[in-house]
Write a protein that binds this ligand. Structure first.
Ligand SMILES: NC(=O)c1ccc[n+]([C@@H]2O[C@H](COP(=O)([O-])OP(=O)(O)OC[C@H]3O[C@@H](n4cnc5c(N)ncnc54)[C@H](O)[C@@H]3O)[C@@H](O)[C@H]2O)c1
Length: 430
């Protein structure tokens, strides 16, 4: 067996490419070596040279330049923005790279299917970053359901609690606020949840319907009098939970004064300090009043689903929660289980018997990202390539299904909850 580290080229060296995935090479240099990267931001190219020893001639200004060079690595990590995945993924496959591809694969169903075909044609591995499947929390629930621990599965109930500050940061002021520039919320944020429900159900989703809207983060809900920017003397600032100064400067949970210099502060300013943050908040997008942004994605949404075998599922996403976490409840013919991912605990109740509480091991700090999912996915990629496996847990084939579900849900939401048959939906899109 070849024991050299697998070599990686990273296209898009931002929060995901540069922080979540590149950092794996720091902890596990025997597994992964970063040999090339591309990012238009000179600070990110400098970081790649400094932190990971990437040769200057292999630090490119964009993905086109990286792809114009000969094949430089075993794997390309594609972590550019949502609409810039496919334009790099297709040529990278044709060049012979395996891919670690950020979700969503593409906001276009045709492009998702095109990529799936190309991966098969080129016989390359495509791991889609549905990181939740790799977490101990969902792996344990999957194992219990696959063993019929609660009998025949009947229902699944999932919730995604985004947290008010995270929602304001990413989906009102930030990069994912507009569906035409990135992708609709249900695809961008919840293709993860569609993927988990499909995986736990163990069978295909047949039909679904969805409701939801952008209800709150609109001009008519803003304070009167107010201001276009929090730091421009807004009279409602003290009582507004979305005030940018609270989120990025003074909050115990997220603010720089409490020592939080990673995400989300490092999205507002690179290597953030209080001074740099104030400067960015005075003029940049993250200092805008949440009621006066150009956002259009929904701030709450539900999806109702029917899977093969009569399994039903419901999913609710809300911006309006204090904390950021997911929950899952499953009922079956012989029992039920319930879990909260933030607590990493599952309550299992078999009818007529005492409840069992399954506490999953607390995670090593290095594995903290996405409940351990980020690094476990990287570990799995390494072993897949070293051991010559062909099917990733989050393969392109598996991942296209969740994208179809999310796209159909968005269609339904925009059509007053119309029930959508998924097979027909795919045929109509082609
Ligand atoms: N798997 C997950 O759980 C998860 C979580 C968050 C984000 N994401 C996805 O990851 C992707 C990246 O998100 P992010 O938060 O890292 O964004 P980001 O803005 O921090 O990173 C994107 C990077 O791409 C760079 N870039 C822009 N144009 C480029 C080009 N032409 N060639 C190469 N690089 C280019 C930018 O300069 C930036 O550094 C998005 O598609 C997002 O949906 C996935």
């Amino acid at each position: 067996m070849n024991q050299r580290p697998i070599t990686v080229a990273i296209c898009g060296f931002g929060s995901r490419g540069g922080d979540a995935y590149a950092s794996y090479a720091h902890y596990f240099p025997e597994q992964i070596k970063i040999v090339a990267m591309a990012d238009p931001d000179p600070e990110k190219r400098a970081e790649a040279r400094r932190e990971y020893g990437v040769a200057p001639e292999y630090c490119f200004e964009n993905g086109d330049q990286l792809l114009a060079a000969p094949k430089l690595a075993d794997v390309m990590i594609i972590a550019t923005m949502d609409t810039q995945h496919i334009c790099y993924a297709l040529p990278a496959l044709r060049k012979g790279y395996h891919l670690l591809l950020e979700k969503p694969i593409s906001p276009s169903l045709q492009e998702c299917l095109q990529l799936r075909e190309e991966a098969h044609r080129q016989n390359r591995i495509v791991v889609v970053c549905h990181v939740l499947r790799y977490t101990p929390f969902y792996q344990k629930i999957h194992e219990l359901l696959a063993q019929n621990a609660i009998g025949k599965l009947q229902t699944l109930e999932a919730s995604e609690n985004v947290a008010y500050w995270h929602f304001a940061h990413s989906f009102v002021r930030g990069n994912w606020r507009r569906s035409d520039e990135s992708s609709p919320l249900i695809l961008q944020k919840s293709c993860h949840d569609m993927d988990i429900l499909r995986w736990l159900a163990g069978v295909r989703c047949l039909r679904l319907s969805s409701y939801g809207s952008l209800d709150w983060f609109k001009e008519e809900n803003g304070p009167k009098p107010g201001a276009m920017r929090c730091l421009d003397g807004c009279p409602a600032k003290d009582s507004c939970p979305y005030d940018c100064e609270k989120i990025y400067i003074s909050s115990q949970k997220t603010g720089i004064r409490a020592g939080h210099n990673g995400w989300p502060c490092n999205v507002v300013a690179i290597n953030p300090t209080e001074e740099k943050l104030y400067k960015a908040l005075r003029s940049g997008p993250y200092g805008r009043c949440v009621y006066h942004c150009d956002n259009d994605v929904a701030d709450h949404q539900t999806v109702q689903m029917e899977f093969e075998g009569g399994i039903t599922a419901s999913f609710t996403l809300s911006a309006f929660t204090e904390n950021c976490y997911r929950t899952l409840r499953a009922t079956g013919s012989a029992g039920e289980l319930e879990g909260n991912m933030a607590e990493n605990t599952i309550h299992l109740c078999l009818f007529g018997q005492p409840e069992q509480v399954i506490k999953l091991d607390s995670l090593d700090d290095r594995f903290a990202g996405h409940g351990g999912g980020d690094f476990r996915m990287m570990d799995s990629l390494y072993h897949l390539l070293q051991d010559g496996g062909s099917q990733a847990l989050t393969s392109i084939d598996a991942s296209v299904e969740s994208h179809v579900m999310a796209m159909a849900a968005e269609y339904s939401r925009l059509h007053k909850g119309e029930s959508v048959e998924l097979e027909q939906f795919v045929r109509d899109c082609l």
